[in-house]
Design a protein around this ligand. Structure first.
Ligand SMILES: *[C@@H]1O[C@H](CO)[C@@H](O)[C@H](O)[C@H]1NC(C)=O
Ligand SMILES: *[C@@H]1O[C@H](CO)[C@@H](O)[C@H](O)[C@H]1NC(C)=O
Ligand SMILES: *[C@@H]1O[C@H](CO)[C@@H](O)[C@H](O)[C@H]1NC(C)=O
Length: 469
């Protein structure tokens, strides 16, 4: 903290300006193709929307760090892969939180491509810079660390493969100190091959009640195994994202920049869906609802600003049937000037700054959590979400957004909700502010750290009593 002196006002102002420009430069630079990383689609049920960027040294908050008790503990983190998708990045965030309190953290990645990979290289550098040790998954050092560790965090169901393939006969010795962090909710993860040790680990940590409930049912009914003690831990927004979200100048600059790049005027209304493009994320049904809302507005002769739909998360290279279907729909309905496709990007902040409403249209069981939802709420955006999965634990229907049913029957309700937000400006802004308040109350990184701390304490206590007995 800077001391107060004669220059304090000027230097504080300079400090703020410097920080602000650094933030904007980062966000804008990330927007350009130079460092646009493409998200992997491996995580279909959990949103992989992240604000990118280097973390700054965080100011120490007023509260003592809830993870303080992890100081000097040895923690092994087992990641199924290393990429810019939601799962690995979340585990990295936990690794850094633990490093901050002086824990000894070792990272291994179970599945790595044979050829060198820039993303893996830069993520590993980032970890090494933060004092996380990176070992090869199959090395003796990894096995020794597993045996010595106070805690092992297995990340995602798929990471379970590492236990048998590397630890072999040592598996039973480590299970009592394993915390299994699960972020997926799709059928193909319910394989005995991945999760047969699940009943014997110290605990499972899952991102939403809906997902935890689903795992409980599925493991019992499909696999005939029981879940271990299960902890639901809602995620939180990173400090970097909150900094951009709470800086009105950055927000405005990003808003102008993105709108200009899309060819959208400053008073037009933007409804965006930000997820990798796939049927499960419901971009097709969103576009249908959007088209229906345009028709409703025309029929009823409602006075609203020009409306646009933005689909962030396209992969033009993939040329999938689904991508083609979306574009064909837009051409058929002749709404090309109203619908914008944006490539996959990890840098969501500029888009959140630029839009007016987030649509979270994940289908079937919905999102496992859906981090983009709390990120949008941080930017004071109302959320129109499907009444499914983690979304229902985040969005308060009528207060921070509106829920509509998943599936085709949700199209007309979503269209009506789009019209409602378009016609009621005050209401839209109020809902956005209420979403922000909700994020500040429960979806920040310190909240997540606090929730994780309770779980880790419990797991350490149990692991200890097992080794003593
Ligand atoms: C789990 O199973 C119970 C009873 O079989 C059912 O009531 C509940 O809806 C199921 N939950 C999920 C998420 O499938
Ligand atoms: C989006 O991706 C396509 C295909 O990779 C590429 O041709 C296009 O330039 C990209 N657009 C932007 C804005 O980066
Ligand atoms: C959300 O609220 C609306 C009324 O504002 C109601 O019609 C709808 O059924 C509610 N949906 C859910 C899932 O609670």
């Amino acid at each position: 903290m800077a001391k107060h002196n004669n220059h304090s006002n000027a230097s504080a102002w300079m400090g703020i300006q410097k920080k602000r420009w650094a933030l904007m430069a980062l966000a804008l630079f990330s927007l350009s193709t130079a460092i646009v990383f493409f998200m992997r689609t491996a995580f279909d049920s959990c949103s992989a929307g992240y604000g990118g960027g280097e973390e700054r040294e965080a100011e120490v908050g007023l509260e003592p760090n809830p993870l303080e008790f992890m100081k000097s503990r040895l923690v092994l983190m087992v990641s199924h892969e290393l990429s810019l998708s939601g799962g690995p990045l979340l585990l990295m965030e936990l690794a850094f939180l633990l490093r901050k309190v002086g824990a000894e953290v070792v990272w291994i990645t179970n599945q790595k491509p044979a050829e060198s990979d820039d993303v893996i290289y830069s993520l590993e550098r980032k970890m090494l810079n933060r004092g996380v040790q990176v070992f090869s998954a199959k090395s003796q050092k990894a096995i020794d660390t597993a045996l010595k560790a106070d805690l092992i965090v297995l990340n995602t169901a798929v990471a379970g493969k590492w236990l048998d393939s590397v630890l072999k006969e040592n598996v039973p010795r480590v299970l009592p100190k394993v915390l299994w962090w699960i972020h997926e909710m799709r059928g193909h993860y319910f394989k005995v091959e991945y999760v047969k040790h699940l009943p014997f680990v110290a605990g499972a940590m899952i991102d939403s009640h809906a997902t935890a409930e689903y795992w409980k049912n599925r493991t019992r009914e499909r696999l005939g195994i029981a879940m271990p003690e299960t902890y639901v831990v809602h995620l939180g927004n990173s400090k970097e994202l909150m900094e951009v979200a709470e800086d009105s100048v950055s927000r405005r600059v990003l808003r102008e920049h993105v709108r200009e790049s899309l060819g959208v005027r400053s008073d037009d209304l933007l409804f965006a869906i930000i997820n990798s493009v796939s049927r499960g994320k419901g971009q097709d049904l969103f576009l249908r609802a959007f088209y229906e809302s345009l028709q409703l507005i025309q029929e009823k002769k409602l006075q609203v600003p020009t409306m646009h739909a933005v689909v962030v998360g396209s992969d033009m290279n993939a040329q999938t049937k689904f991508e083609t279907e979306l574009r064909t729909f837009v051409l058929e309905k002749n709404i090309q000037d109203r619908v914008h496709f944006v490539n996959k990007t990890l840098t969501v902040a500029p888009y959140l700054a630029a839009i007016d409403v987030l649509v979270q249209n994940s289908q079937a069981r919905g999102e496992c959590f859906g981090r983009i939802t709390i990120e949008a709420m941080a930017f004071q955006l109302p959320v129109l979400g499907t009444a499914a999965g983690g979304t229902m634990e985040i969005v308060v229907n009528g207060t921070t957004g509106f829920l509509h049913p998943a599936g085709k029957e949700g199209v007309t309700p979503l269209a009506n909700n789009i019209v409602k937000l378009a016609t009621h400006v005050e209401r839209r802004l109020t809902i956005g502010k209420q979403g922000y308040v909700r994020v500040k109350e429960r979806f920040l990184e310190p909240h997540m750290a606090h929730r994780i701390a309770l779980v880790l304490k419990d797991v350490l206590r149990k692991a200890k009593s097992t080794t003593n007995s």
